[in-house]
Design a protein around this ligand. Structure first.
Ligand SMILES: CC(C)(COP(=O)(O)OP(=O)(O)OC[C@H]1O[C@@H](n2cnc3c(N)ncnc32)[C@H](O)[C@@H]1OP(=O)(O)O)[C@@H](O)C(=O)NCCC(=O)NCCS
Length: 166
């Protein structure tokens, strides 16, 4: 069973290795992070921890049954009970339901631990796997948007009930 670990300082090395290992894989569906991201990783990690401590973001690692880092799932820009969801699952764990399980768990945490009542998410039109994950975890389409300069769909989920769909 997967579990989520809230981001900590000692996750830095494992996270950097995860991002390096999956850089090309992720770049097939989301914009590449760029060389500076990797060069400045320690400072960026500290900045994320500071944002999290301020309460505006909640960052998590997705850890599999063997204790391996399978992915990341984050809630950002928390304000007035609403936050924006983002996630990425590494190539080695892909296609086995990790993203679906992680979204379900972060929705539970969002309501029970972080005091949120609504999550938003967006995915580009060509990211069918991410759209499938959102549909299966109870997100509904609220309209068109633009993500990273590309046409995208905006989703929303209220957290006051169990997920629907699948
Ligand atoms: C999108 C992503 C999170 C999915 O992670 P995952 O753990 O493989 O997802 P799951 O296994 O929970 O579910 C994937 C679903 O998408 C479906 N899927 C995968 N590729 C697909 C494709 N090309 N077209 C249609 N459906 C697809 C799978 O069949 C599965 O649905 P099913 O179980 O009903 O068959 C992962 O591929 C990823 O991190 N990609 C790069 C970063 C990214 O795109 N993040 C999201 C940005 S909005």
């Amino acid at each position: 069973m997967l579990r989520l670990e809230r981001l900590r300082a000692d996750h830095e090395t494992a996270l950097l290795a995860f991002e390096r290992e999956n850089r090309e894989y992720f770049a097939r569906s989301v914009p590449d992070r760029g060389d500076a991201y990797f060069a400045e990783f320690p400072a960026r990690h500290l900045a994320l921890l500071a944002e999290q401590a301020a309460g505006t973001c909640h960052f998590h690692l997705v850890v599999d049954e063997a204790g391996e880092l399978a992915g990341r799932i984050n809630l950002v820009d928390a304000e007035d009970g609403t936050a924006d969801l983002g996630y990425r699952i590494g190539e080695r764990a892909a296609g086995r339901g990790a993203a679906t399980a992680a979204v379900g768990e972060v929705c539970r945490l969002a309501a029970s631990e972080y005091g949120l009542h609504t999550l938003t998410a967006a995915t580009t039109l060509d990211n069918a796997a991410s759209a499938a994950v959102l549909r299966r975890t109870g997100f509904t389409v609220v309209g068109d948007t633009v993500l990273n300069g590309r046409p995208a769909i905006q989703y929303r989920r209220a957290l006051d009930g169990p997920p629907t769909g699948r």
